[in-house]
Ligand binder design. Sequence first.
Ligand code: NAP
Length: 276
Amino acid sequence: MSIPTLALNNGRALPAIGFGTYNLRGEPGAAAVASAITTGYRLLDTALNYENEGAVGDGIRASGVDREDIIVTSKLPGRFHGHKETFVGFEESRALLGLDYVDLYLIHWPLPKVGKYLDTWRAMIELRDQGLVRSIGVSNFTIEQLTRLADETGVVPAVNQVELHPRFPQAELRAFHTEHGIVTESWSPLGNRSEITAEPVITRIAADHGVTATQAVLRWHVQLGAIPIPKSANPARQRENIDLFSFELDDAEVSAISALESGRLWGGDPDTHEEF
Ligand code: NAP
């Protein structure tokens, strides 16, 4: 299977679809990660706060695929915001993963009330310069927060991973990302067990293309230029979710799915949400 790639602002690239691992833990988690890799996923998404980096590392080793061919993403949680703390949090992730380097390292949430995301970003730049991290980015950052990072440090995040699904297409933020060379990743791309894939608009479009509703939604992300990172513990659904590159939605279909917008599903407003 040939998966297109999206160029990052540092000369590297990411595949157009990745694999989410929230709630995949222990031996079943490692088996699900190994299965995803053998199915064809090369971009993995984890975080210190998912408490599964050990399982992700084990899944990579069990897959038989070269580590160099896999792009591992992890995220720094709020309790490690701050310059010195960032190195401590990173080393914890690196040890749990059992890897020499992390491909893509993100600040998990901006926590503006804590007020340390800028110091944290400066430490992320050092991690990159030391070769411990290949690409650095953020998650759940607003236009204002992204602008502040770039203005204060001159380093634009390679990626901003945000809530994005048909209920919350994030048009304004995506346009800003495009303008500034930031790649968008979509978390909860399927709306995480919400009823999105039962929407008649989506089931009709899926039927017209002979694909599943889930595939129609994931293809919509691809055509928006955002990288979806669906999670599935099930090998058959993992295969379904990556099989997106032999059909194409037309502009009207993309717009019809975007018109399902109603707002965030989980209340994770980056200006107020706090998790540590
Ligand atoms: P999601 O990927 O939108 O949805 C996952 C749910 O959909 C699971 O219950 C899964 O069940 C089901 N599913 C997957 N494929 C399916 C298919 N083809 N047909 C029917 N059901 C299907 O939700 P998510 O896990 O919240 O988001 C994806 C990833 O984004 C996470 O795993 C995590 O890596 C990341 N994330 C990041 C943040 C952040 O703050 N940066 C926040 C939330 C999530 P099965 O496993 O049983 O298939």
